[in-house]
Structures are given as structure tokens and as C-alpha cells.
Ligand binder design. Structure first.
Ligand code: FES
Length: 182
């Protein structure tokens, strides 16, 4: 499987997380799988650029830039080797594992800011929470998902998670509730 390493800029010591991810996974999904919460305000539609990463190594192991990504990068004045993590897939075969190293701008890394709590909750629940928040935002016609604007807000998700996190049964019920609310 391809290997990806994330660095956050400007931290001492640097915040570094590596792991293997399935070939074809987007960099954004890979970050989430490894417990890093990157901003992605438009929900992965190539219309915001908040999911940008600076590709330090391994550009050849990434999918090609399509027109939507190219337009957004141009509009946001992000020259190569910047990529939009929501649009960029990590490629590589089992016989020829690829390696990619990316750097996240510090203010685009939610893991260390107000949303750090999300990296402590189980990945499965976090993914559902993310999908749910994004889906509801899209249904409401929002083009950007802002932490305190989406419904339910991440703050509401946090509160609920704090209530249920001590009990596997409550956590399971909450997970079901999230699924059903979609
Ligand atoms: S999440 Fe908005 S461009 Fe990637």
C-alpha cells in the first residue's frame, strides 16, 4: 500500500504522522484515516482551497490535476507543488508501493486547534459525523462548511460525544442516530 507522511508547518518539534493507506484514496481521506483533521470547508468540491497541501515528495505518485482543481489552485494563487487534498488521489500498487510527503499549512490543521477534540474520538464515528455535517450543509445549499454554521455544528457534535464517550452502548446508539439522520 502507498505510504503517506503529513507534516504541520511551523511546529517545534514538527508534528509528523505517517501511515499506509489504500491506493486510490484521496489525501484528505488519508489524513482523516491517520487522525489528522484538515480543514475542507467546501466539503470536497474543489471550491475553497482550505484543504491545500504542499507536496514535498512524491508528486509522481499522485493523480493528475483535473480542470476543477487547476482552476481553484489558480484562483487561490497556489502554484505547484500545492495540491487540493480533496481532489488528489494517492496512487501505488502492492508490488510498487508509493511514498508521498505533504506539508499542511498550520492554520489548515484542525487537529491542533479548537477541533483537536475530534482526533480523540473513534475514527468510525468521526467519519460519520463528518459525512453527516457535510451532507446537511449541502442539502441546505451551503457552499462552505464553517465549524459554527453547519448543522449540527461541530460544537454540538462535541457536546454529544462527551456525553456518550464513556459508554460503548451510548456511543453505538449515537453512531446509529448519526447514520439515520442522513
Ligand atoms: S475541500 Fe474545498 S477545495 Fe478541497
Amino acid at each position: 500500500m502507498p505510504k503517506i507522511t503529513f507534516y504541520s508547518q511551523g511546529l517545534h518539534p514538527p508534528h509528523k504522522i505517517s501511515g499506509e493507506v489504500p491506493s486510490g484514496m484521496s489525501i484528505l481521506d488519508a489524513s482523516e484515516k491517520l487522525g489528522i483533521l484538515m480543514r475542507h470547508d467546501c466539503g470536497g468540491f474543489a471550491t475553497c482551497s482550505t484543504c491545500r497541501v504542499f507536496v514535498h515528495e512524491g508528486m509522481r505518485n499522485l493523480s493528475a490535476i483535473d480542470l476543477d482543481e487547476e482552476n481553484m489552485l489558480e484562483e487561490a494563487k497556489l502554484p505547484p507543488p500545492y495540491r487540493l487534498s480533496c481532489q488528489t488521489k494517492i496512487l501505488g500498487e502492492a508490488t510498487c508501493p508509493a511514498e508521498v510527503v505533504v506539508v499542511i499549512d498550520d492554520d489548515m490543521d484542525w487537529s491542533k486547534g479548537a477541533f483537536g477534540f475530534l482526533s480523540e474520538i473513534p475514527e468510525s464515528v468521526r467519519r460519520i459525523a463528518r459525512i453527516m455535517v457535510e451532507k446537511k450543509a449541502r442539502k441546505s445549499g451551503l457552499t462552505a462548511i464553517l465549524p459554527d454554521f453547519a448543522f449540527p455544528t461541530l460544537e454540538e457534535v462535541k457536546k454529544k460525544l462527551e456525553e456518550v464517550s464513556g459508554s460503548p452502548a451510548l456511543l453505538a446508539a449515537f453512531t446509529k442516530e448519526l447514520y439515520e439522520s442522513q
